[in-house]
Structure formats: C-alpha cells, structure tokens
Design a protein around this ligand. Sequence first.
Ligand code: SF4
Length: 394
Amino acid sequence: MAEPADGAILTARDVWVAVEVAGAIKPIVQGGRLTVPRGGILGLVGESGSGKTQFVRSIMGLSSLEPGVISGSAIYQIGDQPPIDVLADVDDFSPFRPPQGDELLPVRQRIGWSWLVWRRRFRKRLDLLRRLGVGFIFQNPMGALNPYLKVGTQITEAVAVARPDAGAGELRDGALHWLAEVQLRADDATLSLYPHELSGGMAQRVMIALALAGEPHFVVADEPTTGLDSHIRREIVGLLHRIMAGGELSGIVISHDLPMIARLCDRLAVMFRGKVVEEGPIAALGDADSPNHPYTRELKERAEDLAQGRHSSRREVGESPDSTGAVARAGCVYRSRCLVYKANLVERDRCETVKPVLHDIADVHRVACHVDGREVLEDLAAVSAAWRKGELGD
Ligand code: SF4
C-alpha cells in the first residue's frame, strides 16, 4: 500500500475516474490528488463539470462500486488505527486503465478478477471506515433524507452508530443534543417531523445533525448551501464555521462559492476539467499578490465581479466541456482560456504538447502550470487588467 502523507488524515493520489458514453471512454477525473491534514479543512473548488464531486465521491467510496473509478489510492489514517486505502486493488478490477505515454484516453483492459470479489473487499473497507467515523453533508438534503422516516428516527439511528451500546433514552437524548447543536428546536415536536414538513434551511440543519451524530473524525460537505436563499445561506455557513473551526474535525468542503471556502477552510484544491491545477494554503485565495494558477486567478476575479454586482469580464473562449465535463487533449487543458498563454508570457509549444503536473512554488503550495518562476503567476492581476483594457490583443 502507498504511504499516507505525514500528518494527513486523507491522502488521495493519481485517482482516475471514467465513464463510457456511446462507446467512448470519457475521463471525468484525471490523476486527481489532494491531501487533508489532520484537523484541517480543505476547500475543493471548480466550476460545474470540473469533476470535483465525482472525485470526492470516489475517494469516499460513494461511487466506487461501479466501474467508474479505474485507479488510484485514497488512504485514510484515522486516530491510531492502521491506514486504510479504500481504493486498494481497484486497478486489478476495473475494465479500464489510465492512459500511458502518448495516449489521451483511458484504455479498455481485460479484467482478471470478478467485480463480486472487489465489491466484497470494498464493502469491508467502507464498513470499517464508517465505524472509524466519516460523515457526509449532501448537496440536496431533501433527496438525501429518507422521506418515510421521522427526523427523530433518522438522527437516532445515526447516534446508534457511534454508541452501539446506548439504550433508548440515551439515543433520544443524543438526537435532542444534535438538534440543539444545529440550532433547531430540540423537542419531541421536531423529532416527530417528516422531511417533507421541513423548510430548506431546516432540512440542511437536519442533514448536518445526521452527519455529526455519528461523531465523525472526517466530514465532507458537498455544496452545503446550494438552493438556499442568501439569509439562510449565511446562517448555514456560520453554523458550519462553528462546527469546523474547532480543529478537532477534519474534512472537505466542495463548492464553487469562494467566499464560503475562504471562511471555512484552511487549505484549497482547485479543479479544472478533471484535473487538480492548484493545491495550497487558503491564504493563496485571500491575498491579491499571492501567486496562483491562471484558472484560480480567473475564479477570484469572477467572485470579485459577483460581489460587486458586475457581469464577469472574462469571456468564454474556446471549447466548453461536454455533458460529462470531460476534455482529453494534449498539453494543458486550460489553455483555451489562459491569459498567460494568450499573452505569450509562456513557451506556448509546451502548453500545447506537454501536460503540466503539480509542482512546488512555495512551501505546501503547488500549481500545475508551465510558467517558470513565480513572477508571472504573481502578476496575473495586472495581466488580467491589461487584458480587460484590450492591451494584450486577442
Ligand atoms: S500551462 Fe500554459 S496554458 Fe496552462 S495554465 Fe500554465 S501558462 Fe496557461
């Protein structure tokens, strides 16, 4: 088994996820990697179709039972337990393998083992992982809650996972405790509600209570404020901040909402069309002078434009990802939108022919870009301003 990174609760490396659409194999996640330090919260950002949810679902074991995850490792080191790689052996069982050499797409391979064997092994690892404490806050709480069970029944079941020896009274007290923790009225009336009787904000709070009731060490929140109005969104972000800021929980927040990521997280990973293009401290988002991958700079600008009520000044140029979010091409996947490339501030041949890989530009800060030296990446705000004024040509 691969080694986990020092001090990390989760180390994911070289994760490939692909789907087959009309006979063509489409890569959804291409060599994805991220590290979540123990006690740290990582924000995973990227636009729709960037593969961020698929990436996290695969390393959390939520979609690995299908032939979508084709290789990689996702090692959890929780407490003093031995590390668990939930994806161990997946490449022996997958019908595809990642591209090698000049290949752009995953390639079909003969499977030496039965999926039934893989499922059995995989379920065992997942059960262990759940018992060690992993919680999920899903994107759509109404879809994730069981519509036929009362709120109290669902939270009590989650409490029972963490406290298998607890009696009925203790489980009820536990459910009331978690209702109070998420600032819902902690009484029998709330326990008796069915999901369809909850407002959107209440449903999200119940979802958070469910995730916490299992007393997890590691929590994933997938777009936790999607679909909520701005007032409720602020409340939920405040609640998540209170829960996550203590330094006891580790986790991942998936979102395209940069201000929320900046508030909740201490590390950042940025995905573009299936690839992680930047991984580093959250300060790289908040500091205007920080060097960034050109795509992260674009995301920052979009957030600034949105905050000031402006339409984004960046024009969409070049191809958009298809419905699977996949783009497989030689060279850098971002170049059709990259200002550094357009402005000839980089050796363009390399961008067109060689895939950039993540490399260090500072302590624990990596970008996947061919720009040598960090000055150009530091100056991206000025490059962008010149672009807006039309000073760099088209
Ligand atoms: S590798 Fe080239 S095209 Fe890609 S982000 Fe860097 S400068 Fe832009």
